[in-house]
Design a protein around this ligand. Structure first.
Ligand SMILES: [Zn+2]
Length: 418
């Protein structure tokens, strides 16, 4: 591979990815708009027309914002790479910090900060204009910025040591550095799985034990039926930030906890909450969670091995607009270039992960129908779709590409058949 060929290949994939994404978004917008005026027959009894239209408008508004974000993102990637942004940044930092570890850490930090600053106005607009307009925003600007500061501090506290270890391995651990880095990364993932709920989540939300006795009894009954041990049921004050509802698990082994958003509890009946939880328990019992983590580990091993090879290829740097330092460490630069290049070359595989995820959703739905009640899950799904203003009529191709969950109509159809 030579410099020019790799530059051309990268530019071609970058533009092709953007073109496919823009095409999918515009298809989605047209499809949703053309189905705006009538509720699909299957849901006609359950969802009023104004709610359906609100979902259409919300979906279209989000899709339009995504088009802006995609375009901006592509310009930023081009600016950093082929247009020389990273090269310029690197030269400034070499002058300031020399060519050692502090230069490398500063380079990654600077790229992270610049990328976040570029996206910040769009995040702000999304929360306080778009989400606000549709009644989902519960945040104040004060909370938005205190979240931003906390996220940045937590990110730096966790990310910088991890980065330092990775860069040290890259420099000193020989040709198998990527294998050691992978082991550290896997260990770190397990650490986060075990301690996220206790160490980090409380920085952002309050968690209190679920107090509703009859609901507790109902949920504990379900957990006994399916043989699931949990360290506790908690309610999270999700309503501080958003009106969207959810439920999740955290931890693993004996330390598993179930966390409900207060927004979910306030909206669903106890039988519906049980059905939603049965679906989530299905993901656990059917080993979806373990398989997902396993797949992530395998993929990351492959990608790290690839980076191990790329970091020694001069064209990988020069093809992306960077002249490697002759007598300094280029490892941080290799990491950054890899982070920019990887999504460009892997985007077309995204539907494979979506297909896997959707088949897991069907299995979890079937599990819920078996151990709880299909009708309860259907009515919960309908309420959640309505409350979240999720569209019932997504563009089929857009959905196939991106959606981790099957369209509501397909899920309900399958549930009715069980
Ligand atoms: Zn699910």
């Amino acid at each position: 591979m030579d410099t020019q060929s790799f530059s051309l290949l990268f530019a071609a994939f970058l533009l092709a990815t953007l073109a496919v994404k823009l095409w999918l978004s515009s298809r989605h917008i047209r499809h949703v708009a053309s189905h705006r005026d009538s509720v699909p027959a299957q849901f006609a009894q359950k969802i009023p027309l104004p709610a359906h239209q609100k979902a259409a408008d919300y979906t279209i508004a989000k899709a339009k914002l995504k088009i802006v974000l995609l375009t901006l993102n592509t310009i930023a990637v081009l600016g950093f790479t082929l247009l020389g942004g990273l090269q310029w940044l690197s030269e400034q930092l070499v002058t300031l910090a020399g060519r050692g570890m502090s230069y490398q850490l500063a380079l990654v930090a600077a790229v992270t900060v610049i990328s976040s600053v570029i996206e910040l106005p769009i995040d702000y607009y999304k929360q306080f204009s778009l989400e606000e307009k549709f009644g989902f925003n519960k945040m104040t600007p004060g909370l938005f910025f205190s979240d931003l500061i906390k996220h940045s501090l937590v990110g730096a506290a966790i990310g910088l040591p991890l980065l330092w270890v990775t860069l040290t391995l890259m420099e000193k651990a020989g040709s198998l550095w990527w294998l050691y880095a992978w082991l550290i990364w896997c260990g770190f993932q397990f650490f986060m799985l075990a301690f996220y709920q206790n160490l980090i989540a409380p920085l952002f939300n309050k968690f209190s034990p679920l107090e509703d006795e009859s609901l507790r009894a109902r949920i504990e009954g379900l957990m006994r039926r399916v043989g699931f041990a949990s360290k506790g049921l908690f309610v999270m004050d999700g309503s501080r930030r958003s009106a969207h509802g959810n439920a999740y698990f955290s931890g693993f082994g004996a330390a598993k906890r179930i966390v409900f958003f207060d927004t979910l509890l306030s909206r669903l009946q106890p039988n519906e909450i049980e059905a939603v939880l049965a679906h989530e328990l299905g993901h656990f019992k059917l080993n979806h969670v373990v398989k997902r983590i396993g797949l992530m580990f395998v993929l990351s091993l492959g990608f790290l091995a690839l980076l191990g090879w790329l970091k020694n290829q001069v064209w990988f740097y020069t093809g992306l607009g960077v002249t490697p330092l002759m007598d300094g460490a280029n490892d941080a630069m290799a990491l950054i270039l890899f982070m920019f290049a990887l999504p460009v070359f892997t985007f077309l595989f995204a539907p494979l992960l979506s297909i896997l995820s959707r088949s897991n959703e069907f299995e979890a739905d079937a599990f819920a129908a078996k151990h709880s009640n299909a009708q309860d899950l259907i009515s919960a799904l309908v309420k959640l779709y309505e409350d979240n203003a999720s569209t019932l009529t997504p563009d089929p191709l857009h959905s196939a590409f991106y959606d981790s969950h099957p369209p509501a109509s397909v899920r309900v159809q399958k549930l009715l058949g069980t």
